[in-house]
Each structure stands twice: as structure tokens, then as C-alpha cells.
Design a protein around this ligand. Structure first.
Ligand code: SF4
Length: 470
């Protein structure tokens, strides 16, 4: 952290600490004892210390709650706050000694992290009139039924259920073990499509059920997974067997939303008002900057912040005038505020300096990619900058992947970070390679063609040749 940042952290900590002490917090000594959050009780070791990931039980946080969280991130960690691709919050740079204090501050702020099986719903569920059915209600019903199970099923630690009522911001692109998607039946009623193992496009559809039966069907599936053992995942379930069980004859995939909207930008919701979606630069922000932004956002009238997939934040409570002013201020502070910002199409992990496994500084390379190869970032393909082959930021395929390697960078086209690279480039060759890739698209793109279509037409040989031209 730069000296100026450290100084600002100290400056910012004083009022927040005072505010917390002023309200008093009996919970400060009890948070860890309750073991409220597995992530808090079992933080993950990374290159910059321990990392804690959390998802609040409430749809969003109030501005004072987010302020308390940012303050705690600076006080107990290195101040870095991340919004993950799934919309979880991550705090970095903690130590074994500082985690209990963080947990206490989170508890004191009234933030209750979710525990148990992860159940995700779209960030605007319950507010969005385009939503076919309220996914948050169904999720709450499912949570209650899971909590009542005795004995509790022992499931894979990363077991994830998605419940998606449709609407503006869907979770179609996220993978899940089990997913429910609302759909309107021919008679106008709402049914929930139950599918297993994958994204909305790739998951295997196994049933189409009314809400009550859909919840009990998920309980059945969790029982089956528990019987298979603590490593069983949704993809391990036999879809054909499940279709028979639920009397469905169709074997097509789940519903998809090809027109998925970016969370970044201004969303107009009747009855709710205007919502500003933005993304901290490459999904990460320092607590000092967040605190500064929160003061401005509160002044402009924002009263709630929700995290959203794709590393985004949604600010609620704004009006026609304030939303534009806040968007402009956020852009000045380095947030990505436009849906067409080329940076939105970069997926990157924490990289060197934050993760011990990283072979390169992903954020620095992201800036170079924007400067040197904007032609690649037209939104038609995802560009994944992965510090190593693990591919934390984007486990699936991406149009172009730069994978960190001991000798430099591996280049994967239309694959994942763990795939064998098409070619390697040395550490000193990156800038010229990026420029050549950008030039390849710029010089060969036909009218109306996207970067992805252009690269697909040119083929991998042309890409490798361009990369190797020195
Ligand atoms: S992909 Fe590798 S370098 Fe990046 S965060 Fe994951 S483990 Fe670390």
C-alpha cells in the first residue's frame, strides 16, 4: 500500500471506529464463538495474507453497513475489497490475529454472512417487475426446508443452487449444481425449470414444476447427493433417471437468456426508481476509495448497495438527477460505469502481489490490453487474464486467455486457463504481442464482424503467426 493510502486509511478509520464504539456492540466478543460464517472461520491463505469471502443474508447493505465493512477491511486487512464474478464480497490481506476483529466488526454492523448451502438469486429479485416470479421468496422457502432437515445433509463445500425468476439481470451465465428458472407455461401459469450441473445453457433440464414442488424436488436432489458422498456435485446426478422420476419427456437444455444485460449502467425500475450499476476497476477497490465514494453516494441519496455478478455493485435510491451525477463521479474515481467500457470484457484474478501462485501482475496487463488491443474488447469475446493455470477468475472457456507461466505467458484461444496453450510468449514480448493481436483484428475485420467472428474466421494458425512475429 502506498504511504498516501496508508495515511488515508488511518484518517478514515478514526470516525468509523468512533461510530462503532459510540453505538456499542455486545456482539464484538461473540462473533467468532458463534462461527457464523465458514469463510470467516476458515479464511483462505493467499499471496497477500488471508482472504475472507462473504455473502450477506440481506439482499443488500445500507450505506453505513458498507462503510463499516470497508473500514473493517482497512483496519484488519490490507484494505483491498473485491466483488467476485458471482457477486460475493472478498476482503484481503488479513492475518490469523486480525480475522476475529473483522468478524466482530461485521457482526457489529449487523451484517450476517450466509452459511450453509449457497443459494444465489438475481440481485434485483423482488424489485424487478420483469421478474416472472420472486426468486428470493422461493430461496427463503428452500433455506427453511434445508434448515429443518435432520440429519443435515453433508454436501460438497462448493455446492451451489441458483434460483432465477428471470428479469433484467439473470444468473444464466453462472454455473450451479442445481438450478431453478421461472418460465411461463402455455396456460399462463409460472413453472420452475429444474436443471442440474451447469449454466442455463449447459445444465441438464430434468423437470418443470410449480414452486412448492420445485422446492421439495431440490430437497430430494440434495438427499441424493448426500447419499453419493460429500464430493458429489450436480453434474454427477443421472439426468435421464431424474426425468423419469419427475415425469418429464423433454431432454433439452435449460432456458437461456442470450440477451443478458450488463449490470453496469443505469437501470430504470418502475416503483423502485433508478439503480446505478458500476464495477470497481477490474473488480477490486481499496477501502479508502470505497469510503470516499460511499460518502458521495450517500450525499446523492443512495440508500442501499447490492453486489451483482460480473464484479458489479448496484446503488439504489437514486433519482434522475442524482444518478447521472453519481455515475460521473464514480467514473472520475476509476469505477467502470458504462456497459460498453472495454474493461468490462476483461476477467482477471488477483495476480502477482495478491496471490502467491501468480506469475504476473494481472491488473497491469489489463491496462496494457485496453491501451494496446482495444479491438479485442468489443464484447464479443471474453479475455481472461489468469495469473496461473488455476483460472480462479473465469473457470469456464474464454475467447482469449493469457495464462501466467514461469517463462512468460501461455496463450489459449477459446479455452480455459488449464488448457494447453497454443503458444507461449516471453515476459518482454507481451506488449508487442498484444499490439499484434489488436492489429490482427483491426486489419482483418470485415464490415459488421465482431472480434470473435474475425478471429474464428482467421483461425488459430493466423493467431499464432501474429503472436510469433517479433
Ligand atoms: S488463477 Fe492462479 S494466480 Fe490467479 S488467483 Fe487463482 S491461484 Fe492465484
Amino acid at each position: 500500500m502506498a504511504a498516501a493510502d496508508r495515511q488515508m486509511t488511518e484518517e478514515r478509520n478514526v470516525p468509523a471506529q468512533a461510530a462503532i464504539s459510540a453505538v456499542g456492540c455486545a456482539a464484538q466478543t461473540s462473533a467468532m464463538a458463534r462461527g457464523a460464517c465458514p469463510s470467516l472461520s476458515a479464511p483462505m491463505a493467499t499471496g497477500d495474507g488471508l482472504l475472507v469471502r462473504l455473502r450477506p443474508t440481506t439482499p443488500g447493505l445500507t450505506i453505513p453497513q458498507f462503510r463499516a465493512l470497508a473500514d473493517a477491511a482497512g483496519r484488519h486487512g490490507n484494505g483491498l475489497i473485491e466483488i467476485t464474478a458471482r457477486g460475493n464480497l472478498q476482503l484481503r490481506g488479513l492475518t490469523a490475529d486480525s480475522v476475529p476483529g473483522l468478524a466482530a466488526d461485521i457482526d457489529c454492523a449487523g451484517i450476517v454472512p450466509e452459511t450453509g448451502v449457497t443459494i444465489e438469486v438475481p440481485p434485483l429479485s423482488g424489485l424487478d417487475l420483469l421478474e416472472l416470479a420472486n426468486a428470493r421468496d422461493v430461496a427463503a422457502r428452500l433455506r427453511r426446508q434445508i434448515a429443518e432437515l435432520d440429519p443435515q445433509p453433508i454436501l460438497a463445500p462448493k455446492m451451489t443452487i441458483i434460483i432465477d425468476g428471470g428479469g433484467r439481470l439473470t444468473l444464466d451465465a453462472l454455473s450451479a449444481d442445481i438450478r431453478l428458472r421461472a418460465a411461463r407455461a402455455g396456460d399462463g401459469s409460472i413453472l420452475w425449470t429444474l436443471a442440474t450441473g451447469g449454466t442455463a445453457r449447459t445444465a441438464k433440464r430434468v423437470a418443470s414444476l410449480p414452486a412448492e414442488r420445485a422446492v421439495s424436488a431440490i430437497i430430494d436432489l440434495l438427499g441424493m447427493l448426500a447419499q453419493r458422498g460429500p464430493r458429489a456435485r450436480g453434474r454427477d446426478l443421472d439426468a435421464a433417471e431424474l426425468r423419469q422420476r419427475f415425469h418429464i419427456s423433454r431432454s433439452d437444455g435449460g432456458d437461456t437468456d442470450e440477451q443478458a444485460l450488463s449490470p453496469v449502467g443505469i437501470h430504470r425500475l418502475p416503483d423502485t426508481g433508478l439503480i446505478l450499476g458500476l464495477r470497481p476497476r477490474f473488480g477490486q477497490i481499496h477501502a479508502n476509495d470505497m469510503l470516499r465514494f460511499l460518502d458521495i453516494a450517500e450525499h446523492r441519496g443512495a440508500n442501499e448497495i447490492r453486489t451483482a455478478p460480473d464484479h458489479a455493485l448496484l446503488l439504489l435510491g437514486l433519482d434522475e438527477v442524482s444518478v447521472g451525477m453519481l455515475q460521473s463521479t464514480a467514473a472520475d474515481l476509476g469505477f467502470q460505469t458504462r456497459a460498453d467500457d472495454p474493461a468490462n470484457h476483461l476477467q482477471l484474478c488477483s495476480g502477482a502481489g495478491a496471490c502467491a501462485s501468480a506469475f504476473y501482475a494481472t491488473r497491469a496487463v489489463a491496462s496494457q490490453a485496453i491501451d494496446l488491443a482495444p479491438e479485442l474488447l468489443d464484447g464479443s469475446l471474453a479475455m481472461h487474464l489468469s495469473g496461473c493455470r488455476k483460472g480462479c477468475a473465469h473457470p469456464g472457456k474464454a475467447g482469449l486467455v493469457l495464462v501466467g507461466a514461469p517463462m512468460g505467458y501461455g496463450i489459449v484461444v477459446n479455452g480455459s486457463a488449464s488448457d494447453e496453450p497454443l503458444a507461449y510468449i516471453g515476459k518482454d514480448e507481451l506488449k508487442s504481442a498484444l499490439a499484434r493481436m489488436g492489429g490482427l483484428v483491426r486489419n482483418n475485420k470485415a464490415a459488421g464482424e465482431s472480434a470473435e467472428e474475425c478471429l474464428t474466421r482467421l483461425g488459430t494458425d493466423a493467431i499464432v503467426t501474429a503472436l510469433r512475429q517479433g
